[in-house]
Ligand binder design. Structure first.
Ligand code: ZN
Length: 159
């Protein structure tokens, strides 16, 4: 289990951080041989497929985009199975438009609209979508834009 609450997830191993000039790990070069720069707007935590992920705050499920359900195609297949979580207002420090995205999940235990309390198991980490190995990609959006989550962890989130 990884605690992905406001406190630093001390037991998780950061494998890749926020990096707007990251070289794509799957396709590192373009056809012309130049580096293939693809921004990485989140933090990656290496963990075995099936690692239990608990709610980092009290809130609700805003979106769940499964990668492969019959008759359904995810709008963001590279994200794999993806959950978008929003906290209850009193939990988000007055920040508007707060969304937490979890990517590459093996399974979600919740559906759109579900409410959850902090600490409730809500998903299992995985290796779905555009991923080079089992990990959780954790991404913070404020006002519709990705921001460096480590800024909201007191600068304690490091590689
Ligand atoms: Zn990532």
């Amino acid at each position: 289990m990884i605690d992905l609450g406001w406190l630093l997830p001390t037991k998780a191993r950061v494998t890749s951080g926020w990096n707007v000039t990251r070289v794509d790990p799957v396709h590192p070069t373009k056809a012309d041989g130049s580096p293939n720069i693809v921004a990485h707007y989140g933090w990656d935590f290496g963990c075995p497929v099936g690692t239990e992920l608990v709610a980092p705050f009290a809130g609700k499920v805003e979106h769940y985009w499964p990668i492969d359900l019959a008759g359904y195609t995810s709008p963001h297949p590279m994200n794999g199975n993806c959950l978008v979580l929003v906290p209850d207002a009193e939990e988000c420090r007055g920040i508007k438009g707060f969304e937490r995205l979890w990517l590459h999940l093996s399974k979600s235990l919740v559906v759109v609209g579900d409410r959850f309390v902090k600490g409730r198991p809500i998903a299992y980490s995985g290796n779905t979508g555009y991923s080079t190995g089992p990990h959780l990609h954790d991404e913070l959006h404020l006002g519709g834009k990705a921001v460096d989550m480590s800024l909201y962890y007191g600068g304690r989130l490091h590689l």
